[in-house]
Design a protein around this ligand. Structure first.
Ligand SMILES: Cc1ncc(COP(=O)(O)O)c(C=O)c1O
Length: 434
């Protein structure tokens, strides 16, 4: 998990620089425009379930958003079900699939996931295990955060009903070999369902349900410049899920509740825009990210910048690094950097830290723990994630601000002693878990 943090320093007059696009993204112009037009039009505020003209118009808006999502992930419109976001899509896919399969065949009581999932997958898996009597295997990852394919193969059993492995990791950007894992799964038994959480990959790398071979795929609007609180679940035709909510017949009887037309319009426009300019945006995000890394390396020294995550098999926008003080070669805790320079009067850079330490304990990100990153290095991990609105000038400015922060935090760190030295500041900076 990640904690929101603020890195501040530098030019007083300038706007903050956001290097936290994996946490969320601003709403893009295309989405803003359709949402504003919708809000401004009295004639479009009908209930999509109503038979009169207002209803028909709203229904048309809902179905046009469904077409846009279907086109972006290359599936049929009938396979797209709207949800309140990535968390609901994951819960429904995992709990709905596991319960449905076990009802048909009571021997199917095993689910496979990974050790690096977002809480929106990890928690429903633990709910299945702790409350509903399922066995869950958490497949380990290697030191770069990529699934151990051999361990994955041996985790499958005659009892397995479902595999859920994320497409790309939110902390390190590691991209999992989903196509390969699907092949292994379907060769073991063709009926095992495969779900992937694509919250972080859509808009950054190609995501096609048939290319990946998955049965279920979660979509999260606010990671690709759409509004928050809306998402979708792709459900391959022929796959049945237990309903989690009970009510009227919306979403073809599978997910009741009057559709949030405003947010669906925004998500539809955003996913279409992101899909149409995928290569261009990915190139821009990667160029900015790599430039940030170059500045950190050239100014702090190559040996003082350690990448947490794979070099190549990684989202184009994500840079998770642990930084050492060039003065004394010790890891500079993310909390120290943030605590030393969190002054809002100066130019700010928004980023995230993966681990935190409190008065009497340290809390290491489960993802870095699974990668067996040593404690001091994990406590130094800062996640920098670029996006389409970041300019190259700001990317370089942000990198220099971080360099100054590392240098000054490194100096102040020498004044502290003990394992949790200086950690008191993090509690002030941590306000929510992503
Ligand atoms: C990988 C991943 N899955 C799921 C989610 C949750 O999505 P939402 O915020 O739409 O519930 C997030 C958001 O942080 C995420 O990064």
């Amino acid at each position: 998990f990640f904690f929101d943090c603020v890195i501040a320093m530098g030019n007083q007059s300038s706007d903050p620089i956001c290097l936290d696009y994996n946490a969320t993204t601003p709403i893009c112009d295309e989405a803003c425009q359709v949402m504003q037009e919708y809000l401004a039009s009295q004639a479009r505020h009908g209930n999509p379930s109503s038979g009169h003209a207002f209803g028909t118009s709203a229904k048309h808006d809902v179905e046009s958003a469904r077409r846009q999502v279907a086109m972006a992930v290359a599936c049929d419109v009938k396979e797209v079900f709207f949800t309140s976001g990535g968390t609901e899509a994951n819960n429904w896919a995992i709990i709905g699939a596991a319960l449905q399969v076990r009802e048909q065949d009571p021997s199917k009581t095993h689910v496979v996931t990974s050790a690096i999932e977002h809480p929106a997958v990890d928690a429903p898996c633990k709910y299945l295990r702790d409350e509903l009597g399922f066995d869950v295997t958490f497949v380990p990852v290697d030191s770069t955060g990529v699934i151990d394919v051999e361990a994955f193969g041996s985790s499958l059993s005659d009892k397995t009903s479902l595999v859920t492995i994320m497409h790309a990791n939110n902390e390190t950007g590691s991209v999992q070999p989903i196509e390969q894992l699907v092949k292994i799964t379907k060769t073991f038994h063709k009926d095992i369902l495969f779900h992937t959480d694509a919250a972080q990959s859509i808009g950054k790398i190609p995501v096609g349900v048939d290319d990946l071979g998955v049965d279920l795929l979660s979509v999260c609007s606010h990671k690709f410049y759409g509004p928050k609180g809306v998402g979708a679940l792709y459900v391959r035709q022929g796959v049945h899920l237990k309903r989690l909510m009970h009510g009227a017949g919306h979403e073809r009887g599978q997910r009741p509740g009057t559709e949030n037309v405003l947010l669906l319009l925004g998500m539809g426009a955003a996913i279409q825009a992101t899909h149409e300019r995928l290569a261009e945006n990915a190139q821009h995000m990667q160029t900015c990210r790599d430039r940030i890394c170059e500045v950190l390396r050239s100014e702090l020294g190559v040996d003082n910048v350690h990448l947490n995550g794979p070099v190549d098999q990684r989202l184009p926008n994500t840079l998770n690094v642990s930084l050492r003080s060039p003065a004394n070669g010790t890891w500079v805790r993310a909390a120290h950097i943030l605590g030393a320079i969190g002054v809002p009067e100066r130019r700010q850079v928004f980023a995230s830290a993966g681990s935190a330490c409190h008065a009497s304990s340290v809390s290491i990100s489960p993802v870095l723990l699974a990668m067996k990153v040593p404690e001091e290095q994990a406590l130094a991990a800062v996640r920098l994630s670029t996006g389409k609105y970041l300019t190259m000038d700001d990317a370089v400015a942000a990198a220099r601000i971080i360099v100054s922060a590392v240098v000054s935090a490194g100096i102040s760190e020498e004044k502290h002693v003990g394992a949790n030295a200086g950690c008191h500041s993090v509690d002030l900076l941590v306000d929510k878990v992503e």
